[in-house]
Design a protein around this ligand. Structure first.
Ligand SMILES: Cc1ncc(COP(=O)(O)O)c(C=O)c1O
Length: 472
């Protein structure tokens, strides 16, 4: 009999049906908090150490095993997952991924309607956050978006540097002391050396101090140092602080420096009329990063880089290789992007905007914003908890248990909460002390879910007290 490798053949429909059942059950479950964090059974652990299978096995068995692995993993999509900057796995977005991956479009080149769809989705994203986008692309996330922007800024500040390097030119990059590490990574990868980063001190609300930015720029320019870019963060990863974009843009304009806004986490909040003022000046940025896989709820990966002048990306990335010839004047998508093969990440956001409309997104973001406020108020009123001296600007709302408790106790509490699993929170060091740092970016989270952190943390803390763990 003819051997046709890699086909599901007669088992395909059954596999698709089983996958649908698994997804439907998972989606039902994702609206519920976990009762406890699942432990990995020894049999599953052993399976995950098996060697490469040489022979086929039944796809239904493999799908069931995959579901068991996923159910025994961190549950980012659940309503009480508040750790780091969580995800949601928006259902229509997950379907978009299934479609995009099944068709397996590659956006390295112009893929006709799919490329048009990516451009349309970038325009919608720009419209949502109030950015006059003229070019850009979907990326694997904030890291690649930030590196893309830094590369374009370097080429504009030092034309030809993509080819010649920066030789003996002394350069500088300016950002808040609490910028995301991906900026530092980008600066290092681009060969600028992270010693060139001017980490501008933050104020009491964790925003970049613009007067100090101006001082640093003035000093550097006087000393013959070339400023490459200023990065304003729109929603720092640590506390959700918003750097004052408009004031920073004034200084960038004065010195002719590229302004990049890293809005990977926070920028979607600019889509709310009542919050737009906090992002004033966004339209003045040369480039903007935003991760739809964070606060626009779609599954990873769905980052975006947007620029106001498309030719800056062309100047940075365009090329003509024998395996990637240009037809006539039209470029390939890789003439504007860092990545080569790119899946159609835009499809999940396109489907999500079409299915739900921008207004539902605004409602979900507004709900997360008010959850952070509600938690802040409840913790401030509760003598067992401590909050920061400033209110959350976005959806990060750090709390500490016990007014005088030690950092060790706080870290242990977070560890025990993660083992318990009823609520999943991460720890962060803020102003030199360890805090629980809940962040709300999930459309499934309710206010009751947000507030549940307090009772569950108190309950777990009490069990630590009972076992003699020291608070102070
Ligand atoms: C402000 C900010 N920038 C960049 C990133 C990196 O994004 P990604 O993990 O999608 O590469 C993050 C991630 O949390 C972030 O919060």
């Amino acid at each position: 009999m003819e051997n046709k490798p890699l086909r599901l053949g007669g088992k395909r429909d059954a596999a698709l049906k089983r996958a649908t059942e698994i997804v439907a059950a998972a989606w039902d479950e994702f609206y519920l908090p976990r009762e406890h964090e699942p432990l990995m059974e020894p049999a599953l652990a052993a399976t995950l150490h098996e060697g490469l299978p040489e022979k086929p096995s039944d796809p239904i068995d493999s799908l069931n095993l995959a579901a068991e692995v996923l159910d025994t993993s961190l549950a980012h999509s659940r309503p009480r997952f508040m750790a780091w900057i969580g995800s949601s796995g928006l259902e229509i977005g997950a379907l978009g991924d299934l479609l995009a991956h099944s068709y397996d479009i590659n956006l390295a080149i112009d893929s006709r309607a799919a490329s048009e769809l990516e451009r349309q989705t970038i325009r919608w994203l720009g419209e949502f956050v109030g950015y006059p986008v003229a070019g850009g692309a979907f990326t694997s996330g904030g890291t690649v978006s930030n590196i893309t922007a830094l590369a374009a800024a370097r080429e504009r500040a030092l034309p030809g540097s993509r080819k010649h390097g920066i030789a003996n030119v002394r350069v500088a990059i300016y950002c808040s002391a609490e910028v995301h590490y991906s900026v530092r990574r980008g600066v290092e990868l681009l060969g600028l050396g992270s010693d060139c980063i001017r980490a501008i001190p933050i104020d009491a609300n964790h925003k970049m101090q613009v007067a100090l930015l101006a001082e640093n720029l003035e000093r550097d320019v006087r000393e013959g140092i070339t400023p490459i870019a200023v990065i304003a963060t729109s929603g720092t990863t640590l506390t959700g602080a918003l750097d004052p974009i408009d004031e920073i843009a004034d200084i960038c304009q004065q010195y002719g420096v590229w302004l990049h806004v890293d809005g990977a986490y926070g920028l979607p909040a600019a889509g709310l009329p009542e919050k737009a003022g906090d992002f004033r000046g966004i339209a003045r940025a040369d480039s903007v990063s935003v991760d739809a896989h964070k606060w626009l709820f779609v599954p990873k990966a769905c980052g975006a880089i947007m620029v106001k002048d498309r030719s800056t990306l062309m100047a940075t990335f365009s090329h003509n290789e024998s395996y990637m010839l240009h037809e006539g004047q039209s470029g390939n998508a890789v003439d504007e992007t860092l990545e080569y093969s790119r899946p159609l990440r835009a499809l999940k956001l396109w489907l999500a905007f079409k299915t739900h409309g921008a207004e539902e997104f605004r409602q979900a973001i507004a709900a997360n914003l008010s959850q952070a406020q509600a938690l802040y108020d409840a913790a401030r009123e509760d003598p067992r908890f401590e909050v920061l001296p400033f209110r959350p600007e976005l959806s990060v709302s750090p709390v500490r248990y016990g007014k005088n408790s030690s950092d060790e106790f706080q870290s242990l509490l977070v560890q025990k909460l993660q083992e318990d699993g009823r609520v999943f929170v991460s720890a962060a060091e803020i102003e030199g002390r360890i805090w629980m740092r809940p962040c709300f970016t999930n459309f499934r989270t309710t206010e009751a879910d947000a507030l549940s952190l307090l009772e569950i943390a108190a309950d777990v803390a009490k069990s630590l007290d009972d076992t003699g763990s020291n608070h102070s």
